[in-house]
Design a protein around this ligand. Structure first.
Ligand SMILES: [Zn+2]
Length: 80
């Protein structure tokens, strides 16, 4: 399935997965906002599903994250 690139707006973006090892055995990746202190240990990361898109024209790569998990960081940040 092709998708529209959010950066250059081409229709040629390709869907795929990201791997860091050739044997495809790798732990899940996590997104950690820069606003989270380095010493925080509980509920600090939001796990990424390994479904990404990449644009062959501009090289932009993107995915989707659980927005409800991510919203707790902006809520905590605004309360601080
Ligand atoms: Zn693009």
């Amino acid at each position: 399935m092709n998708a529209k690139c959010p950066q250059c707006h081409s229709d040629a973006a390709m869907e795929g997965k990201i791997y860091n090892q050739i044997d495809y055995v790798n732990p899940p990746a996590y997104f950690r906002p820069n606003s989270v202190p380095f010493y925080a240990i509980f509920k600090t990361n939001v796990q990424l599903q390994n479904n990404f898109f990449a644009c062959p024209f501009c090289g932009f790569v993107w995915s989707k994250i659980n927005n409800q998990d991510l919203q707790r960081y902006s809520i905590n940040k605004s309360a601080a």
